[in-house]
Write a protein of this length. Structure first.
Length: 742
């Protein structure tokens, strides 16, 4: 059959397929195919060699999110070692983070399981290989083997991909699985072919089990698949593909959705730039000029709008949908980072490779290779093009060997801690990329220092923390340090209560010329308060207030430096807005200090006993025993209302062991019934959701799975660093009762 004439100088000819290769100028199709794949493999090997050299030279701790990913991989490593995979899948999410699907962390396991930050990057390298192969496959459908190679090269050499290759984040693996899913989708030929249809399901599931945002790049494929329902064979393949996808992803998402969805909305607002703010629409274009390189961006944009005359021109529509939907979606999301948009940008490189003549395409590939080679070396000087939007050219990220002393700091604390206690908290005052809470926590896990726990500064600064470590000099980017500079200055000042409770233990020099200062709680030889009994008609300090308060401190134990037993009673106690009546508790192993006025040198402050404020900071508490307390339904409803976001006033009732509450969200009334019960051994309390309805429609609690029941242990942990004990728990007569209150 006579070959039809080309309709464009850029057309690659009839559709090339693996099963029916098409003859081309410059050699047989098999040689072109083999040569293209060999070049792709060679480029992949070069990237591996570059990554190996990077790992040999790079010796910095991972930054914020990278540390969280490595810590999660360590969680998985330990769960697998002890046969507790179910516990890993159901673990609490990291502070401020949604729960993470497990596939990325599983891919790290052959490379040290998260204990070695540089070895973990080899998982990224393997995903980069998948990404390059998928882009090659898509390009091969459009324009043959050599232009397919060019498309994969153009994208893989961009600075943003080179950066993601060298950082322990999910985004490069996600990009690889998204590209693989689109390759399978196009190869399925509108679901006429079964094998690619099933591979599409597997790749989509892998993307969703890598990161929850995968849907934002794959939704256009789902919409384009709907017409397949009208043809019997395609309908069968589509339904089989959908069934396989759901079977793979539903177990994890059904188990996690009650926690995942609220946290995703919170995470989307981090570093938010509202769409209404001037310049918000130009955030990603300015990022792309640097992360994608200006020549590739401009030529790619032109290629997007120029019609293609390739045999498989029909493939351009789905690729455009992939690109356009991703850009629109992530422009609307207020948290904008180029790595979030990366999985939707691959069509730029594919269109470039399909459209432009060989000489221009070759020159662009040469530029990309030069930029990729320069990225870890920096032999070309960094340049900035000034204009309305400054553009950086020759972006580079050279490896550095820097010891930020995190391991030394934590080992010093572990050796110096009070061995009579089960553990110690370390408060970190700093949010520098290499000196922050997530990075310290990862080092703790890697070093196996399980007697320590890391947390950040809170409203009460460093209460219940045996150690405080702060950084002098820069504490990190201004956008993420908040109150930390003021807190640091207060702690380093000789005035104030911090110096009364903590002493400097050691200083560590840091690579940026600053120091890390490690403090430890002081050991007291005399009581911090002169009185043994304090009485207050009215007491108020921060979020705590009380009426008719009596504090019986008792004798101070100088050998242990604490109050062995303290009795606290109050007619009314308000804690963060929750009103508690007839409060009676015993505090064992208590250490506290008065928060004296700045400039006061006294370490023992005589307090008045009638209406004077008692501002104290707690250093240690071994056990809190609640002997008696009562919380009314109205007080509990007011407390819930104050902390509910977007909910109207709460109405509550307590009767027969159930707490029943109703509130309005927008125009719908939500009602629920919760049962609370103390464990027989008294070491935990559980809350079970027994009924739930929305707008009068019952919602099966089974939809919430394990989240319909919550158990809180009373054992000490970093969040509650003391043992808790309740003298019984009842819900009856309109009150939540502990012990036998009046």
């Amino acid at each position: 059959m006579e070959r039809p004439p080309r309709t464009s100088p850029f057309e690659a000819g009839p559709e090339p397929t693996l099963s029916r290769p098409v003859a081309r100028k410059g050699g047989g199709p098999r040689w072109a195919l083999a040569g293209s794949l060999l070049c792709l493999a060679a480029l992949f090997a070069v990237f591996g060699r570059e990554l190996s050299e990077w790992g040999r030279l790079q010796d910095r701790p991972p930054a914020w999110d990278q540390s969280v990913q490595l810590e999660t991989a360590l969680d998985l490593r330990d769960a697998l070692a002890h046969g507790r995979l179910r516990d890993f899948l159901r673990q609490k999410p990291k502070p401020g983070m949604p729960p993470f699907p497990p596939l990325y962390h599983l891919s790290i396991q052959p490379f040290g399981g998260g204990a070695d930050a540089n070895r973990a990057l080899w998982a990224n390298w393997l995903h980069l290989g998948l990404l390059m192969l998928a882009l090659w496959g898509i390009g091969y459908r459009l324009s043959g083997p050599w232009r397919a190679l060019a498309g994969a090269l153009l994208f893989a050499c961009t600075p943003v991909v080179q950066e993601m290759l060298r950082t322990q984040l999910i985004d490069l693996p996600l990009t690889a699985w998204v590209a693989a899913a689109w390759w399978a989708f196009l190869s399925a030929e509108d679901f006429a072919r079964l094998a690619p249809s099933l591979l599409f399901a597997v790749a989509c599931a892998a993307a969703m089990l890598t990161k929850w945002s995968a849907f934002s790049y794959l939704l256009p494929a789902a919409a384009l698949a709907l017409p397949a329902l009208t043809e019997p064979r395609a309908r069968r393949n589509l339904l089989l593909s959908a069934a396989l996808f759901l079977a793979l992803v539903l177990p994890w998402y059904l188990d996690q959705w009650p926690t995942l969805i609220p946290r995703l909305f919170e995470a989307s607002a981090d570093g938010a730039i509202p769409l209404s703010r001037p310049g918000a629409l130009f955030v990603y274009p300015s990022m792309l000029m640097e992360g994608f390189n200006l020549p590739l961006l401009l030529l790619g944009l032109i290629a997007v709008f120029v019609p293609t005359a390739a045999k498989n021109a029909k493939d351009k529509g789905p690729l455009l949908a992939w690109l356009a939907f991703s850009v629109v979606f992530w422009t609307v999301v207020p948290n904008r980072q180029l790595r979030f948009l990366l999985p939707g940008l691959a069509p730029f490189a594919i269109f470039c490779a399909t459209l432009w003549p060989r000489w221009l395409l070759g020159a662009l590939c040469a530029v990309q290779l030069l930029i990729a080679a320069n990225y870890p070396r920096g032999f070309l000087p960094r340049m900035s093009l000034e204009g309305p939007v400054p553009v950086e050219v020759f972006t580079r990220w050279k490896p550095y060997a820097e010891d930020w002393k995190l391991r030394d700091i934590l080992r010093t604390a572990a050796a110096a801690r009070d061995a009579s206690r089960p553990g110690a908290n370390v408060v970190v005052v700093g949010n520098h990329p290499f000196f922050n809470c997530p990075t310290f926590t990862w080092v703790l896990r890697r070093e196996g220092l399980r007697t320590l726990a890391v947390r950040g500064v809170n409203r009460r600064l460093c209460e219940f923390a045996e150690f405080v470590v702060l950084k002098t000099g820069s504490l990190g980017p201004d956008a993420v340090t908040g109150q930390l500079p003021a807190v640091r200055d207060f702690m380093l000042s000789p005035a104030g209560w911090f110096g009364s409770g903590w002493r400097e233990l050691r200083r560590f020099p840091l690579p940026d010329g600053s120091e890390a200062v490690l403090f430890q709680q002081r050991r007291f030889a005399r009581p911090p308060l002169a009185e043994k009994v304090l009485r207050f008609d009215y007491f108020e300090e921060g979020s705590v207030s009380a009426r008719d308060l009596r504090v019986e401190l008792g004798d101070f134990d100088p050998a242990r430096g604490l109050y062995p037993r303290v009795r606290v009673r109050a007619e009314e106690l308000v804690v963060r807005g929750l009103l508690v009546r007839d409060f009676d508790a015993v505090l064992e192993g208590l250490v506290l200090i008065p928060a004296a006025e700045a400039g006061s040198d006294s370490r023992t402050v005589r307090m008045g006993t009638n209406g004077l404020p008692l501002d104290v900071r707690f250093l240690r508490l071994d056990r809190l025993s609640l002997l008696r307390a009562a919380v009314g339904a109205d007080a509990l409803a007011a407390f819930i209302s104050e902390r509910s976001r977007g909910a109207g006033p709460v109405q509550a009732d307590i009767e027969g062991g159930l707490l029943q509450a109703a509130f309005r969200v927008r125009n719908a009334v939500v009602s629920a019934a919760v049962r609370a019960a103390l464990a027989p051994d008294g070491r935990s309390v559980s809350f079970a959701l027994e009924r739930l309805s929305v707008a009068g429609i019952p919602v099966p609690t089974a939809l919430l799975g394990r989240h319909a029941r919550f158990t809180r242990s009373f054992a000490p942990d970093p969040e509650l660093p003391f043992e808790l004990s309740l003298a019984g728990l009842r819900l009856d007569g309109g009150r939540l009762l502990i012990g036998n209150p009046r």
